[in-house]
Design a protein around this ligand. Sequence first.
Ligand code: ADP
Length: 608
Amino acid sequence: MPIARRLRTIGLLLPALAGLALLAGLAGFRISEGMGLTALQETGRHRLDLYAGSLEREIDKYAYFPATLGLERDVLDLVAGRAPLAWGLNRYLERLNERAGTLTIYVLTRQGRVVASSNWNRPDSFIGEDLSYRPYFVDAAEGRQGRFFGVGTTRGEAGYYLSSPLAEDGVIVGVAVVKVSLEQLEQSWSTVEAPVLVSDENGVVILASVPSWKFTTLRPMDEPARRHFERTLQYNARPLPPLGLAPLYRIAANAELVRLARPADGEAEAAVFPVSGSFLAQTAPLHGTGWTMTVLSPAAQITGMAWTQAALAAVGSAFLGILLLLWVQRRGHLRDLERKVEERTRTLRAAQDELIHAGKLAVIGQLSAGLAHELNQPLAALRTLSGNTIKFLQRGKLEAAQGNLERIAQLVDGMGALTSQLKSFARKSSGAPRPVAVRRPVDTALFLLDQRLRRSGVAVQVDVPDDVAVLCDPNRLEQVLVNLIANGLDALEGQRGGRLAVTARREEDRVRIRVADNGPGLPDDVLPRLFEPFFTTKEGAREGNGGLGLGLAISAGIVRDFGGTLTGANGVDGGAVFTIDLPAANLPADPSAVQAGDFSCPTLPTPP
Ligand code: ADP
């Protein structure tokens, strides 16, 4: 891939990689946060059940307390106005209050005036006060159990008021009230790990593990509500500022992620748990009251953990992405390389084919001179024979003329054989393998080199049985044999008693054709480079393609194409031995099938 294209690909991939990392980070954050919140919700729910249970038990303890006062005759007489205020009753209420651990116990007339109270002897005693405007009185006067959280008007002490109607023969004659403090419970909450608060039906925080949260509001207060509080003095005219709880998003019906503003002063250090930041707020209604309990489980840790996981997921996915990128690039690179190798192989193959063809033509050129010489002799003989025949005919010596004409026919046949061989050699073969009797290409090769053989005086010995056949193209095999025999002749040049042997043997499903000479053999430095293209030890240009160093390289390529090998070695008695190893073939019953396209007569005619 060109550099510019690669850079462009990287330029496109980098934003994709960044996007992937971002997505993975986001998913990592969401999954981690989701899992953290689920676990937090579980513990929050347990806390909520625990605190709500303890608060409900605390309130239930006093639920029937005011009603029991209706069993006292003195109380009924007093509120019904049948008896004057008895101080003994005040003291009775005082003792009861002490023993029960409540804040105050008092009884009111049907009109709402306090007639007896446990705090009778205190300067801020309720006795004589008109509390008919208090909702708990209104509820009880109408025959219902009154439940009311409020701040006392006399001492400003917050408490829970439980009231009951005092009835006599089904007629309400007065109201009994017990005021209890929930402070102790509240104090026990401040030591637990998550802040908890209780808000009343108006959304006013009435109990909280953080003292400064008390008498703040969870939701904005509208004007009618504010006026109602002023009238009933429920919170004794306290300012009721907002707590500053901002909802982030809802997780379930009674679970919400919220943010709490930083507390005013030093509160954070005082509490054992965080009192600002993000929280999981879980709520539950408190039975028997209109109140709602809220547990705030700190969620900052979860968010922190989620960010860490998000960073890990982003880095991890980016790393994987880079690995993928590298892998893709490497694959592209390998594909490029493969394509290049294929292209080069194709080019080389084409070049090799051309060289083979060119090699053949070169041999033909080499042969031309020899052939011209070869043809000149029979032509001269023909000239003499035909002249003689005319003379024999003129003299009426018909027998002698017939003898001459037969001779002429033989010579013409011989020349025809020569030209047909040349035609077959110059033809570029298709290269398709077929069964070839080895004897034929061997004979052809020897024939083509006949001139040189005769000139050199080298003795040629051929041992190739007729039935030994290989699977290849006869023209190509012939080309290889011409190369090997020509190399042998080169090696034997100038040597007396030169011998060249061509043998072929079938060994199971292979055939080994050997071309051996008794020349100088292959030196150690030549042996490993024999089949290297352009490797030659022959100096200067010879006739033909000699000295190019291509003969063996091309021959080895041809043999390889037919599933064989060409090897060179030194013979046991010296000299070089070249072995062609090819797959064996079985000759068809009709040998003409094999001969098709080949020349038929390798024997040279001898002129008279
Ligand atoms: P070329 O014949 O053009 O040199 P080849 O590829 O046919 O190219 O041969 C390469 C070399 O192998 C020759 O130059 C020669 O050194 C060596 N060689 C080939 N055949 C023989 C042989 N029969 N005897 C000795 N050396 C040989």
